[in-house]
Design a protein. Structure first.
Ligand SMILES: O=c1ccn([C@H]2C[C@H](O)[C@@H](COP(=O)(O)OP(=O)(O)OP(=O)(O)O)O2)c(=O)[nH]1
Ligand SMILES: [Mg+2]
Length: 159
């Protein structure tokens, strides 16, 4: 188990905690009250700053209960908290419900933080990539869809 130093930036901040032993996500709470209209987004404070050890990342994931019940999600899901970040951890919520407002209060659990080890890569430019079974197939190349594929490719990528 990795230890993460936390700083409380607000008296109402709640230290993240796991609902059950072995859970991947530790719940993140907000320090504010907010009402989100359909389609509205808001950057919510957690009142916490942290120092992740080098070689770790914390990912800000939505909570499935809020997603299923209220259509609440995170715009940039999963949010990335870099190891070197010392600012306040914030959560960019969005109300995806087409009709109902989402009302959240101070202390509510709005997201979950998944702490993971992470590698940095060295990117090396080459002329030819090694072959693979998948090759260039992607974007549904393995099938299983009832909806037809889009007919226009707006990608500007050239090979
Ligand atoms: O859900 C999130 C996502 C990011 N951050 C903080 C921590 C992260 O280290 C920093 C920058 O995030 P990111 O790299 O995703 O955003 P950017 O748009 O690339 O900003 P920057 O130019 O600062 O890297 O913002 C959060 O608090 N919550
Ligand atoms: Mg960045």
């Amino acid at each position: 188990m990795v230890e993460i130093s936390l700083r409380r930036l607000h008296p109402d901040a709640v230290v993240p905690s796991y609902a059950h032993p072995g859970d991947a996500g530790a719940d993140l709470c907000t320090t504010v009250d907010v009402r989100l209209a359909p389609g509205e987004r808001a950057l919510l404070p957690t009142g916490l700053a942290m120092a992740l050890p080098e070689g770790y990342v914390a990912l800000v994931h939505p909570r499935s209960g809020l997603a299923a019940r209220c259509g609440l999600s995170i715009v940039n899901t999963p949010g990335t908290v870099d190891a070197g970040y010392r600012g306040e951890v914030k959560v960019l919520l969005i109300n995806l419900d087409p009709r109902e407002d989402v009302v959240l209060g101070k202390g509510d659990r709005i997201a979950q933080l998944v702490v993971q080890r992470v590698e940095q890569a060295r990117f090396v430019e080459v002329e030819t990539l090694p072959g693979s079974s998948r090759g260039e197939g992607g974007y549904g190349s393995t099938g299983g869809f009832t909806t037809p594929a889009p007919t226009t490719d707006t990608s500007e990528t050239t090979r």
